[in-house]
Ligand binder design. Structure first.
Ligand SMILES: NC(=O)c1ccc[n+]([C@@H]2O[C@H](COP(=O)([O-])OP(=O)(O)OC[C@H]3O[C@@H](n4cnc5c(N)ncnc54)[C@H](O)[C@@H]3O)[C@@H](O)[C@H]2O)c1
Ligand SMILES: O=c1ccn([C@@H]2O[C@H](COP(=O)(O)OP(=O)(O)O[C@H]3O[C@H](CO)[C@@H](O)[C@H](O)[C@H]3O)[C@@H](O)[C@H]2O)c(=O)[nH]1
Length: 330
């Protein structure tokens, strides 16, 4: 059985679909702080509660025969992490340490971790490889890097095997449209643009038009959530079959798109016109973040399948059919 911590969230719920399709059983631990019970596949077992709760973890590890843990649970708003770093170090670092200690106690030694491109901070070169120096510039990125360091040390000292996946910008929705992204507040560009086109937001603010990029707006690498999910399954199998014991991989497409290009592609996909406002830069946004995902291709054969158009089409399918997110009953 695979324990998916944070499985009621956006990326976790999509990854569960892929894990189940490979025949594994899943138990989810989630406190529903940002996740949605409605996003959970009916085949999973669900335990509601906090991952930092030792008694609850005792219950989970004694009730289920866990062979690996996937850990998606975290707070992940960069701005909030600057305002309230204690929340980030408590939930993303301290609670994760409790989980790792319990895994050690119960001899569960396979761990897959949701890390982030935010560990690189403002990189000097592009595309970013796993050997590009890490230098996070906010508490969110630092909290993720701290867990990566813990994993390195737990691997060396206790034989904990892990894969840390540094996601670039997760986007899109499940192909059937039954689950998708539903964050409150929503901070991510693509859902914001689509919500605007659905009439749910008056305008879109473009944060900064004087970056060192061709059109002056920030460039990011948008990766479909199902492509991310498939990388998790390959990582899981590489741990279970002993091919991997400790690895860090970037997960991106290798293609960068500017904020303006994203808005234009949303307009093309929907056939609608957006109203934009050129706003100030958002603190802590690097000019350009584009991944080299060669390492995971070489080692695990992973390659992303979704183009930007298909990412946005899938997101549009979700937002149109669920204008209020999971609050709508189908
Ligand atoms: N969305 C992105 O673009 C992106 C990019 C890089 C990294 N990440 C990382 O990927 C992971 C998943 O991101 P997401 O967008 O799916 O986030 P999300 O907020 O949708 O999902 C997180 C889930 O964890 C749960 N959770 C949080 N704290 C918990 C706790 N203490 N105990 C139990 N459950 C808890 C939430 O209820 C939620 O269901 C996060 O770790 C995030 O930092 C996301
Ligand atoms: O209303 C908006 C929202 C965003 N942006 C811009 O759009 C780009 C993408 O922003 P967003 O979708 O918020 O993603 P990122 O800030 O790039 O962060 C995501 O990608 C990171 C890795 O690259 C992860 O670490 C984070 O968790 C994840 O939220 C950035 O240049 C933003 O300034 C706007 O111009 N207007």
């Amino acid at each position: 059985m695979i324990l998916v911590v944070g499985g009621a969230g956006y990326i976790g719920s999509h990854t569960i679909k892929e894990i189940l399709s490979k025949g594994y059983e899943v138990v989810v631990l989630d406190n529903l702080s940002t996740g949605h019970k409605e996003s959970l596949d009916s085949r999973v077992q669900f335990v509601e509660g906090n991952l930092g709760n030792e008694e609850l973890l005792d219950h989970v590890f004694t009730t289920y025969s866990i062979e690996a843990v996937m850990h998606f649970a975290a707070n992940s708003l960069v701005g909030e992490s600057v305002q309230d770093p204690a929340k980030y170090y408590t939930n993303n670092v301290a609670a994760t340490l409790t989980l790792l200690q319990k895994m050690k106690e119960y001899n569960v030694s396979n761990f897959i971790f949701s890390s982030t491109a935010a560990t690189y901070g403002i990189p000097e070169t592009t595309p970013i490889t796993e050997t590009t120096p890490v230098a996070p510039i906010n508490p969110y990125g630092r909290s993720k890097l701290m867990v990566e360091h813990m994993l390195e040390d737990f691997h060396a000292a206790y034989g904990m095997n892990y894969v840390a996946l540094r996601y670039f910008n997760a986007a899109g929705a499940y192909e059937t449209g039954e689950i998708g992204e539903d964050h409150t507040p929503e901070s991510h560009l693509i859902p914001i643009v689509l919500q605007h086109l659905l009439g749910q937001r008056g305008t879109i603010s473009v944060f900064g038009t004087d970056y060192h990029t061709a059109d002056g707006t920030c460039i990011r690498d948008y990766i479909h959530v199902t492509d991310l999910a498939k990388a998790h399954v390959l990582s899981l199998e590489s741990l279970l079959n002993g091919k991997n014991t400790n690895a860090i991989y970037n997960l991106g497409t290798g293609k960068g798109y500017s904020v303006r290009e994203i808005i234009e592609t949303c307009e093309d996909v929907t056939g609608m016109k957006a109203t934009i406002i050129e706003a100030d830069r958002r603190a802590g946004d690097p000019d350009e973040l584009v991944a080299s995902a060669d390492k995971i291709y070489r080692e695990l054969g992973w390659t992303p399948e979704y183009s930007l158009e298909r990412i946005i089409e899938s997101a549009w399918n979700w937002h149109r059919s669920h204008p209020a997110g999971f609050k709508v009953t189908q």
